[in-house]
Design a protein around this ligand. Structure first.
Ligand code: PLP
Length: 394
């Protein structure tokens, strides 16, 4: 006997992975230049040389037994202190190592946080569409309920719809900005309005309604845009962060949960997150990368390749006639299917070996997601095919 729910999750790859795997197979059969894969969010900028050298230095300088030993469950205190100091410097906060818990990327940070906040089987977690599809599985396998709320057509926060979805069982609202898949960055005004709404609802239900932020793209924004640091606007905010996309090392699995001291029941919530990490086997995130982060908590990466790709993709697609919301951050463009059916568009595109992800899994069935963390020439060579697809799908 085994869990049917988990069997299903293991048996079926996510639609993103399925298309990605298909692309890899087609590339083997037809040759890589015949396949236009825009599926997965694998960064295409290499890890900066400074960080590669730092990794080499760490390996050379440290005693190998000590270096590769278990850290304490939350991560080396000196590495957590380096991150806390860096956040304090950037955001004027007052965090210490006791507020941070290193995890295997944002995925583990979110899983531990959802598990910790699942008070009972009625606990609800709200995400605003479009949202990262895995939230649904992350929440529901921890025993909570996932609730999706539609945003405004331009993907600005839809506070009226959010308010209507909040009820006494609401434990948290998940905020992902810069957003995967829309590239939307919520403005300071939107965050202030959200904070006001949640303060009012928390008072009304006499319990904190948390914000759980999911921030793998925090620094990945264009045109000097500032991403509001949400704990500075709303005290009951838990931050789930990842270095996967900032440093282009998603396979190395390093991120953290930040539980600010101002949060209601901060120490207890931190302990519940530590307990969740313990029971899910997430203790002691990869130690080599903890050491890297200790040396470089905030290295300035050059994202000009993504900026160039964003420009090329969005300009060329709009010239063809497509509609899309201009991405302000991350490396995805959310494209409206000309027919209004993203799944049908994705299927048509697949026939031409153009691989784009249907929007239905992100909570928006009329869209597809195009990842532009790819070589620029792939975007250029794919444009005639996008033009044909536009005509075919109109
Ligand atoms: N959240 C969002 C919005 C993402 O796009 C991703 C990865 O693509 C994750 C979480 C998971 O990130 P990580 O690799 O840090 O686990």
């Amino acid at each position: 006997m085994y869990s049917q729910r988990l069997f299903k999750l293991g048996d079926q790859a996510s639609p993103i992975r399925e298309l990605f795997n298909y692309g890899q197979e087609q590339a083997r059969i037809l040759g890589p230049d015949k396949v236009f894969d825009f599926t997965i969010g694998n960064p295409s900028i290499p890890l900066p040389d400074v960080l590669t050298e730092a990794l080499e230095d760490i390996i050379k300088e440290c005693d190998p037994v000590a270096l590769h030993s278990y850290s304490v469950s939350a991560g080396h205190p000196s590495a957590r202190k380096a991150v806390a100091d860096n956040l304090n410097e950037r955001f004027g906060t007052n965090y210490g190592p006791q507020n941070l818990y290193f995890t295997c990327g944002a995925a583990a940070a979110l899983c531990a946080t959802f598990a910790a906040l699942t008070y009972d089987e009625n606990s609800e977690f709200i995400a605003l569409a479009p949202y990262f599809p895995e939230y649904h599985n992350f929440v529901e396998t921890k025993g909570g309920k996932f609730v999706a709320v539609a945003n405004a057509p331009d993907f600005r926060l839809n506070l009226e719809a959010l308010e209507a979805a909040i009820n006494p069982h609401t434990q948290a609202v998940i905020v992902n900005s810069p957003n995967n898949p829309s590239g939307k960055v919520y403005s300071e005004e939107e965050i202030k309005d959200l904070a006001r709404l949640l303060e009012r609802k928390s008072k009304e239900y006499n319990k904190p309604i948390y914000i759980v932020t999911d921030e793998p793209y925090r620094e990945l924004v264009y045109g000097g845009l500032k991403v509001p640091f949400i704990p500075n606007y709303y005290r009951d905010t838990i931050v789930c962060y990842s270095y996967s996309k900032l440093y282009s090392l998603p396979g190395e699995r390093i991120g953290y949960v930040l539980v600010p001291p101002e949060l209601t029941d901060s120490e207890s919530v931190y302990k519940a997150i530590a307990g969740a990490a313990r029971t899910q086997g997430y203790v002691c995130a990869p130690v080599l990368f903890q050491r890297l982060i200790e040396r470089y908590p905030d290295f300035p990466v050059d994202f000009s390749l993504y900026e160039l790709n964003r420009e090329k993709l969005s300009t060329s697609l709009k010239e063809i006639g497509y509609e899309c919301v201009e991405p302000e951050g991350a490396f995805y463009l959310f494209l409206k299917a000309p027919s209004g059916d993203g799944s049908e568009f994705s299927k048509l595109a697949k026939e031409k070996n153009v691989l784009v992800v249907p929007g239905v899994g992100f909570g928006c069935r009329d869209y597809v997601r195009v990842s532009y963390c790819v070589p620029t020439e792939r975007i250029e060579r794919a444009m005639p095919l996008f033009a044909e697809l536009y005509q075919a799908s109109k």
